[in-house]
Design a protein around this ligand. Structure first.
Ligand code: ZN
Length: 155
């Protein structure tokens, strides 16, 4: 479903590449794991579930940079080897339509709203969050563990 109001923001390729380099250096905060279930390891770069047998890097990512009250760093996965950055940025990624929470942030990165995606489709929730002129960006996270999945900006 295409739209004209929002843009999906996957993890920057530079961040994924830096994580791969750190993993090759065996940095202790960059673990390499072999995926063992079909919907447990979301790659933040291609925005797909990494599939059983594929290898991913688990590392900490500052989804909200330091220096503000809502500053936050948490664990995310990317494929261990190069993958294509998600590029259908006008479409909500099909793999993550359920079991997510959408958090809205203002221009100073303070969280101002949050909506749990239950059986609700994500597009109307995004539209409602963006109806608030204070909303500067949205973060999509896993509903149970709270891990950052991807960002959404106004188109
Ligand atoms: Zn990937």
């Amino acid at each position: 479903m295409k739209n004209a109001t929002f843009r999906i923001v996957p993890l920057a390729t530079e961040v994924a590449e830096a994580a791969r380099a750190r993993a090759r250096e065996r940095a202790p905060d960059h673990a390499i794991l072999t995926v063992n279930q079909p919907e447990g390891f979301p790659c933040r770069h291609c925005l797909r579930w990494a599939q059983p047998g594929e290898r991913v890097i688990l590392f900490p990512h500052a989804s909200i940079p330091a220096g503000r009250p809502y500053a936050e760093s948490g664990p995310i996965f990317v494929h261990e080897t190069a993958c294509d950055r998600y590029d259908r940025t006008e479409e909500y990624p099909a793999d993550f339509r359920k079991h997510r929470v959408l958090r809205a942030y203002n221009a100073t990165s303070d969280m101002i709203d949050a909506v749990l995606l239950g059986e609700t489709e994500p597009e109307p929730v995004i539209a409602r969050l963006l109806d608030n002129p204070e909303t500067k960006f949205i973060q999509v996270r896993s509903a149970d563990r709270g891990c950052y999945t991807f960002g959404i900006e106004r188109a």
